[in-house]
Design a protein around this ligand. Structure first.
Ligand code: ATP
Ligand code: MG
Length: 257
């Protein structure tokens, strides 16, 4: 019996196909301008790769900010619940989940059964999110996946005073103009994200083990700075971006038993 979880976020859309608790296939695609189109494309791509059609799916759970526009979903569940469930499946020892996506970041506290006990969320602006890092990568003239490497080569840290994406971008531009090393600026930016995220973790209380999900988990400099701040060793799953869709698929499986 195959079920699906779909997570349409602000920047990426993921589908996970699950068969008897095992991941059959998954896809990650950019969301683009239309979340409905992205949802259809992600689902069809995953089904085609698995040699299935929509009629083979017993149940579909949708999550993410675009979940309302996914008309083929049987149920819609919040990202908090889905990321929590996905993280628990990936490692049952996890009690704290940090999800940093494109436009929001959240910290979720889990029970030993993977149930959400508490959470803290920043969805007001791009500060401290993946979008913030994308804008800064552009200002520093480096590819997104080169940002962490740049930061790791820093000799020093240039602290960034503004957290607002718009103000921080002009601050970075003027720091570059003043001749400060881009490496040191990059480190300051990663520190700023880690500070902000650590504040959210402390608001709900740090309990180990800690896992990071969402695309920003692929940025080793954010993870490194967070490890230092939180004095822990954060677990980074192999595919951190699919945690929400995976949780949605597991919740879909719950519906049919
Ligand atoms: N290879 C990579 N290296 C560094 N960072 C990456 C990489 N891939 C993605 N990211 C980061 O991940 C972010 C997107 O994360 P994700 O796919 O979880 O967002 P989303 O789920 O669409 O957003 P949201 O949940 O906020 O709606 C990008 O903004 C970028 O900062
Ligand atoms: Mg997301």
């Amino acid at each position: 019996m195959v079920v699906a979880g779909i997570d349409v976020g602000s920047l990426t859309a993921e589908v996970v196909l699950l068969e008897e608790g095992k991941i059959l296939h998954y896809v990650i695609i950019p969301t683009g301008a239309n979340s409905k189109t992205a949802a259809d494309k992600a689902m069809d791509t995953a089904l085609e790769a698995a040699g299935l059609t929509r009629s083979d799916l017993r149940y579909i759970v949708a999550t993410g900010y675009g979940r309302v526009s996914i008309d083929f979903a049987d149920k819609r569940i919040t990202e908090i619940t889905c990321h929590g469930r996905g993280a628990h499946y990936l490692n049952p020892a996890v009690r704290t989940v940090i999800d940093i996506g494109g436009q929001d970041s959240k910290v979720i506290s889990l029970s030993d059964k993977g149930k959400v006990l508490d959470f803290s969320m920043n969805d007001k602006c791009a500060a401290g999110t993946g979008r913030f890092l994308e804008v800064m990568a552009q200002a520093l003239e480096v590819e997104l996946d080169g940002l962490a490497g740049l930061s790791n080569r820093a000799q020093d840290t240039v602290s960034i005073s503004s957290m607002c994406t718009v103000f921080a971008e002009s601050e970075v531009v003027s720091l570059i103009a003043r001749g400060l090393p881009r490496e040191n600026i990059a480190r300051g930016l990663h520190q700023a994200i880690a500070d902000r995220t650590a504040g959210m973790v402390h608001r709900i209380g740090l309990e180990e083990a800690v896992m990071i999900t969402g695309g920003v988990a692929k940025n080793g400099a954010v993870v490194g700075a967070l490890n230092e701040k939180l004095k822990t060793k954060i677990i980074v799953p192999d595919e951190p971006q699919i945690a929400g869709a995976l949780g949605a698929a597991l919740l879909a499986e719950d519906e049919i038993v």
